[in-house]
Design a protein around this ligand. Structure first.
Ligand code: SAM
Length: 380
């Protein structure tokens, strides 16, 4: 069989650059192992679940090898679109997308995972596999050796009887787990923590867990101390929490401004599930809408009076500002002329000039050695 054309895969709509690929050596190892196991143990495509397949490399290589009915969970809206687009481009069909719920894993005998960055996310996934997959499931998790830690094996050992790290190959390593252990009655996530004034709920993969991030705290303090302009231009302003994470900014804004209509949006499914749980925990289901989307692409142009933004500054393991720029451009598109963007960022990043260029006049409202808060007024 000819080799799967990995190099034809694209990351789009995620950030693309010469040094960023749409697949890695871990994908290749996962695919090789899956093909060997599916033959040895007569595992069919509909008994395979793939989790964390960034741009679809694993899923599409398995389909290309003849396996059909594969179930897939990807956290990022961008990854989901990339998989669909790559599938279309290569003329491949035969996978079903699911959230991290029972239907993703019910009866699965082979689960493949690109190890997530956080241990909490791994804990949630390991629990889900032990809880819902078949009793004879083989759970194969892989990652780049430089990003792996023994703590990951320990998390897996909390849910599986047998956990074996394989020899590293091409700077990647697989861990194979089997023998699911009995799980507690209730899944370990979401975790809900009551803070002063509101509760935060977090699933494993959400930024900062159920804590309030320090940058978020700084922005909340600035907003709470009267930074909003006297007349935001609308009696019932439309406010967007762009890249909402667990929804701290959205919920706190909605509680402080009962007339505001708030939309919280994030490209991570874990963030969206967390924000929805946060909204419910604070009794705000009627006031806040939460959407899973890349850079709010489905929200109306020039429809917002206020955008709140604590942008990401890490992309994968390397510092890369493309992800923040994408959200500044989104804020510029979402705001009506005269609308306000409130941003908090690491002071060392000096985003002010970029915000002025992309959005409009930007002034510094607060600065600590670590964080800067700015207000940008959307130019007309
Ligand atoms: C630094 S966290 C801030 C989370 C939350 N607003 C807070 O203050 O706690 C940045 C968030 O932006 C989200 N994000 C990054 N790129 C995005 C994009 N293109 N579209 C939507 N959300 C994005 C991440 O998933 C993450 O939840």
């Amino acid at each position: 069989m000819p080799e799967f054309p990995y190099s034809r895969l694209r990351r789009w709509p995620d950030v693309e650059a010469d040094n960023l690929q749409a697949y890695d050596a871990t994908d290749l190892l996962l695919v090789e192992r899956a093909l060997a196991l599916s033959t040895d143990a007569a595992i069919t495509g509909d008994e395979i679940a793939v989790i964390g397949d960034e741009y679809g490399a694993v899923t599409l290589a398995l389909i290309d090898a003849g396996l059909r009915g594969i179930r897939v969970h990807q956290d990022l809206a961008t990854g989901r679109r990339a998989l669909e687009r790559n599938a279309e481009e290569l003329g491949l069909t035969g996978f079903h997308a699911h959230e991290l719920h029972a239907e993703l894993l019910a009866g699965a005998r082979l689960v493949l995972l690109q190890l997530p960055k956080s241990l909490a996310e791994l804990e949630q996934i390991a629990d889900a596999v032990a809880r819902w997959a078949a009793p004879d499931v083989q759970f194969v998790a892989g990652g780049r050796v430089k990003h792996m830690a023994l703590a990951q094996n320990e998390v897996l050992a909390g849910r599986f009887d047998l956990v074996q790290a394989q020899r590293a190959e091409r700077k990647s390593r697989l861990i194979v787990a089997g023998g699911p252990l009995p799980v507690p009655d209730e899944p370990p996530f979401p975790v809900v923590v009551q803070h002063e004034g509101f509760a935060l709920a977090a699933f494993g993969g959400a930024f900062a867990g159920a804590r309030i991030d320090i940058g978020t705290r700084v922005l909340l303090d600035v907003l709470g101390s009267g930074a909003l302009r006297a007349s935001p231009g609308a009696a019932s302003p439309t406010v967007i929490d762009l890249g909402c994470g667990t929804g701290a900014l959205a919920v706190s804004f909605a509680l402080a401004h009962p007339s505001a209509r708030v939309i919280a949006t994030d490209r991570s499914a874990a963030a969206v599930a967390s924000a929805r749980a946060t909204v419910a925990a604070n009794g705000l289901v009627d006031r806040i809408t939460v959407t899973h989307d890349d850079a709010a692409s489905e929200l109306e142009t020039a429809g917002a009076d206020i955008v709140l933004l604590n942008p990401p500054f890490h992309l994968g393991a390397s510092v890369h500002t493309g992800a923040a720029t994408r959200l500044f451009e989104a804020a510029a598109r979402l705001l009506r002329p005269g609308g306000e963007l409130y941003t908090v960022y690491n002071s060392s990043l000096g985003y002010r000039a970029e915000l002025s260029r992309l959005v409009g006049a930007t002034e510094q409202l607060h600065r600590t050695p670590k964080f800067t808060v700015t207000r940008s007024i959307r130019r007309g």
